[in-house]
Design a protein around this ligand. Structure first.
Ligand SMILES: Nc1ncnc2c1ncn2[C@@H]1O[C@H](COP(=O)(O)OP(=O)(O)OP(=O)(O)O)[C@@H](O)[C@H]1O
Ligand SMILES: O=C(CO)[C@H](O)[C@H](O)COP(=O)(O)O
Length: 419
């Protein structure tokens, strides 16, 4: 991997590691008078230079192309409304790769970024262009595209995908302000999580795989109450008001992204208890798009058939209201999908191996890996139902996708380094 250092003609600005053929660096600097940027390799040789892109809406933006050879970052998008389980999902995903995910060492304590050996998770809230006061003054919510900088999001995700580090802004959820940027180096896997990973078509096209967590209104409300009332001391009225205030923009800008997702985890109230309004028992559907490169949907018993399965009995302990699985082909937003559904909850996680052994295409490295992951994180929310089960399965599919993409890149001829 080649190491490049970026200088302007005047002063040193940032260092980045490049591991790509054809990297593009979107460079953003506020106080800069010279209009040329020169990129040097680690041995001091001039690598490439670029004039300022005066057509760009962002001041002093430079686009640099350099050749260095090597592997690309795999980019995963995870979309969901706030409080819908993205952080929990991320913890399950990074655990599949081993090693803990932590905020950047020695950086801003309010950073939203999580880094582990293989993955870096960035939160798209960091691309809010309006801070809390700005949004209030303009009367827009954070879900409104006008409160977000999609140009910068696109430039930076593209740069990272091409192996170039970026100075990413930080939205501080404690103060509601935009903090000074943090350096993000290109990881093996970049996860962009937040409200709008699939909203802008340019960003969407950079994604190697996309996931939408679709939590039905009833369930979202139950979770919000549990967290914001119990853990954050909010009143029931204020929680209701905040959900209502967000709903029009959620419906307009967030929800439509699910049509683009390669996998959707849909969380609904159970059908096993008539007129249930407690929201404790869940019916969860894993909707998997057919024909996605490097992604083979999971199936139950027989691929492409329609199956209904009640596994409760001798090998799986079920208390009221039991567990019901379904599987089959469907059409979702005009696309062919396979849907695996689980209604109900597990009593004993160790018995999950019985269910796991009836599923195929799980992309496990060994027999029982899903069950092992579930047991490892038994204390995470959703571990006794389809939310945790399907999140774990999607985590394994992402690992498989990453391995397949890496293997296909390794086979491709490597372009010679330019320096
Ligand atoms: N699968 C689940 N089952 C039950 N409750 C859940 C589940 N996932 C999340 N929750 C509830 O929702 C809360 C928020 O979860 P999490 O922090 O993972 O969401 P988030 O989308 O990252 O939230 P935010 O964007 O606000 O940080 C949890 O504290 C928990 O109360
Ligand atoms: O929808 C959200 C995504 O997390 C937040 O509400 C948004 O980022 C604004 O944050 P805050 O409420 O802390 O100002």
């Amino acid at each position: 991997m080649a190491v490049c250092t970026v200088y302007t003609t005047q002063s040193l600005n940032s260092t980045f590691t490049s591991s790509t053929t054809k990297s593009h660096l979107g460079f953003h600097q506020k106080h800069h008078h010279h209009h040329q940027l020169v990129l040097f390799s680690s041995n001091g040789k001039k690598w490439w230079s670029s004039k300022r892109d005066d057509q760009s809406s962002v001041a002093n933006r430079y686009v640099i192309t350099c050749s260095a050879g090597g592997q690309q970052t795999v980019v995963i998008g995870l979309a969901a409304d706030s409080g819908c389980g993205k952080s929990t999902f991320m913890r399950r995903l990074t655990s599949v790769f081993g090693g803990a995910a932590e905020p950047p060492k020695g950086g801003n304590p309010d950073s939203n970024t999580l880094i582990s050996d293989t993955t870096t998770v960035i939160c798209l809230d960091d691309y809010h262009s309006l801070d809390r006061t700005g949004r209030k003054e303009k009367g827009v919510t954070a879900l409104d595209p006008r409160a977000n900088d999609f140009d910068l999001m696109y430039e930076q995700v593209k740069a990272l995908k091409n192996g170039v580090a970026v100075d990413k802004p930080i939205y501080n959820h404690v103060t509601g302000l935009l903090d000074p940027p943090e350096l993000i180096k290109p990881p093996k896997i970049l996860v962009i999580e937040g409200l709008h990973p699939m909203y802008d078509s340019r960003v969407r096209d950079l994604l190697d795989f996309s996931i939408y967590l679709d939590i039905s209104n009833e369930v979202k409300f139950a979770w919000k109450i549990q967290r914001d009332m119990a853990e954050r001391g909010h009143s029931l009225e204020s929680i209701k008001a905040s959900i209502e205030a967000r709903k029009p923009d959620f419906d307009a800008y967030i929800d439509p992204q699910k049509q683009y997702a390669d996998a959707v985890i849909e969380v609904l109230p159970t059908k096993l208890i008539p007129d249930d309004n407690e929201g404790k028992v869940l019916r969860v559907r894993l909707i998997m798009k057919e024909g996605v490169e490097f992604f083979d949907p999971v199936y139950l018993f027989d691929e492409g058939s329609t199956i209904s399965w009640i596994p409760c009995g001798r090998k799986l302990t079920c208390s009221y209201p039991g567990i019901k699985f379904s599987y089959g082909p469907e059409i979702y937003y005009g696309n062919e999908v396979s849907v695996l559904e689980m209604d109900g909850q597990f009593d004993r996680l160790d018995e999950l191996i019985y269910v796991e052994s009836h599923l195929s295409n799980l992309s496990t490295n060994f027999y029982g890996e899903v069950t092992q992951q579930m047991l490892k994180h038994a204390d995470f929310p959703g571990s006794n139902n389809g939310t945790g089960f399907f999140q774990t399965i999607v985590g394994l599919k992402i690992r498989d996708l990453f391995e397949q993409i890496s293997a296909s890149k390794a086979k491709a001829p490597v372009e010679a380094a330019k320096a």
